[in-house]
Design a protein around this ligand. Structure first.
Ligand code: NAD
Ligand code: UGA
Length: 453
């Protein structure tokens, strides 16, 4: 049985390996991590991340051909193919701080692989990395004195949280970048052979390593750019009484534009869009392409503007003061169907409201544990029941597009709130006219507000 290892048991490593194990019962798949708590959670009934369908896939495979372990050295020795899916956050110190990727975790992993290998192996970059990282890694890996040669492939992951399992089972494409040498081509084929167990060959793209690395950054930049574009238009809609959902539908019907990723919001969150764009901006700067760097940087600047604008509007509509007023956030996850709160716009909204001395309550079906961490040391109330959270509030702000918020009893909520009652719909998921008729003052994104005064 061939042995596959994944270093990094996070949002990517865990689900990706669970699906590989599920689709390839003939392979032994192991996931390791330095975080022992995370590994024991993967081995328990309460997995460390919430992702639809993940529990079922892990239940089917764990102990059969999927294993979670902290024995990194031992598992490296056993493995034929090693995926590296460690975190690659934005650097917070030194050269490139706030922009470049912090590659310390990735480099430590490369050294650990080298120290524990007694035969050639294929190393697969799953983490999102700056272009040409594979070259640096290959230099480290092939610096050993025992003559072992490693092939480094780039196989970026395109799954989105909340739909990770379906994205992995039915990917739009699988991208594999390898060296254009005989060993490189053999390594690419070995990885193709794994995906070919469930992905059609025409969906498996083979490129050179640098194209694969850059395609990942470019894909995230293009996706985020669409959101910033529609959010920019939403600001103009509010100024002109146009309706951003109508504009979005009208332009999305142009088959050259397409309808996806044109939903105006309080801003995009998630661990990757901002980090990957800043990384792209840093790379462009490094190669002397200032105009290109400025162009992409504006996607992040527009996103910051959108979230700030949302809080400014709450303040403005609530008579320029929220001090002492209870404001309840419906949702804290960066998107629906995940408990992940990394870079969630709700964090900034909560903090800005606290700066204005509002009394902030947060409700979310899956993200309250992470919210507790994000807002530690701050006087915020966390409450899973949205009805309890809303009681006595002056305003509700919808931060996450959870299905459950569409179907609440808003009459009951209205009756329990202070008057005048406000709703700021940061996701445009509610029926605004109906809420207005109940008595709410309603402020969507990119549409005229509905007010009773
Ligand atoms: P994560 O923080 O959830 O998981 C990374 C894991 O790596 C952590 O559990 C950490 O303890 C572990 N780790 C760090 N250093 C290690 C080491 N030396 N040895 C063993 N384990 C180590 O991160 P994630 O969200 O899974 O993202 C991982 C990579 O995948 C990032 O580069 C990210 O950009 C990329 N990516 C993420 C997503 C997503 O939806 N989250 C999607 C596509 C790509
Ligand atoms: C994104 C990409 O979609 C994945 O392809 C990629 O693999 C991943 O980043 C990554 O590299 O980490 P993810 O961040 O999990 O996935 O989720 P998205 O569905 O892309 O949503 C990102 C943010 O944009 C969320 O806050 C979401 O609410 C927001 N969004 C999305 C909008 O505001 N409007 C939209 O139309 C779409």
């Amino acid at each position: 049985m061939n042995s596959i290892l994944c270093i990094g048991a996070g949002y990517v490593g865990g689900p990706t390996m669970a699906v590989i194990a599920d689709q390839c019962p003939h392979l032994r798949v192991c996931v390791v991590d330095i975080n022992a708590d995370r590994i024991s959670a993967w081995n328990s009934d309460s997995l460390p991340i919430y992702e639809p369908e993940l529990d079922e896939v892990v239940k089917r495979t764990r102990g059969r051909n999927l294993f979670f372990s902290t024995d990194i050295d031992g598992e490296i020795r056993k493995a034929d193919i090693i995926f590296v899916s460690v975190n690659t956050p934005t650097k917070t110190f030194g050269h490139g701080a706030g922009m470049a990727s912090d590659l310390q975790y990735w480099e430590k992993t490369a050294r650990q692989i080298l120290a524990n290998s007694d035969r050639s192996k294929i190393i697969v970059e799953k983490s999102t990395l700056p272009v040409r990282t594979a070259a640096a890694m290959e230099r480290i890996l092939n610096s050993g004195e025992n003559g072992i040669q490693f092939q480094v492939l780039s196989n970026p992951e395109f799954l989105a949280e909340g739909t990770a399992i379906q994205d992995l089972i039915n990917p739009d494409r699988v991208l594999i970048g390898g060296q254009e040498t005989e060993q490189g081509r053999n390594a690419v084929q070995a990885l193709v052979d794994i995906y070919a167990n469930w992905v059609a060959d025409e969906k498996i793209l083979r490129t050179n390593v640098w194209s694969a690395e850059l395609s990942k950054l470019a894909a995230n930049a293009f996706l985020a750019q669409r959101i910033s574009s529609i959010n920019a238009i939403s600001a103009l809609c509010e100024a002109t009484e146009a309706d951003v959902d109508e504009v979005s539908r009208a332009i999305g019907l142009d088959s050259r534009i397409g309808p996806k990723f044109l939903k105006a919001s309080v801003g995009f969150g998630g661990s990757c869009f901002k980090k990957d764009i800043l990384n792209l901006v840093y790379l462009c700067g490094h190669y002397g392409l200032k105009e290109v760097a400025d162009y992409w940087h504006q996607v992040v600047a527009m996103n910051d503007f959108q979230t700030d604008r949302f809080v400014d509007n709450i303040l403005k509509q609530m008579f320029n003061t929220v001090a002492g007023k209870k404001i309840t956030l419906f949702g804290f996850a960066f998107k629906a169907n995940t408990g992940d709160t990394r870079e969630s716009p709700a964090i900034k909204v909560a903090k800005n409201l606290l700066t204005e001395q509002a009394c902030v309550w947060v409700s979310d079906p899956k993200a309250l544990n992470n919210a507790k961490q994000d807002l530690r040391d701050l006087a915020v109330h966390l409450e899973s029941d949205p009805y309890v959270a809303a009681t006595g509030s002056h305003a509700i702000a919808v931060m996450t597009e959870w299905q459950t918020y569409r179907t609440l009893d808003y009459q009951r909520i209205y009756d329990s709130m202070e008057k005048p009652a406000f709703i700021f719909d940061g996701r445009n998921i509610l029926n605004h006219r109906e809420l207005f008729n109940l008595g709410f003052n309603v402020f969507p994104i990119g549409k005229p507000g509905l007010t009773h005064f």
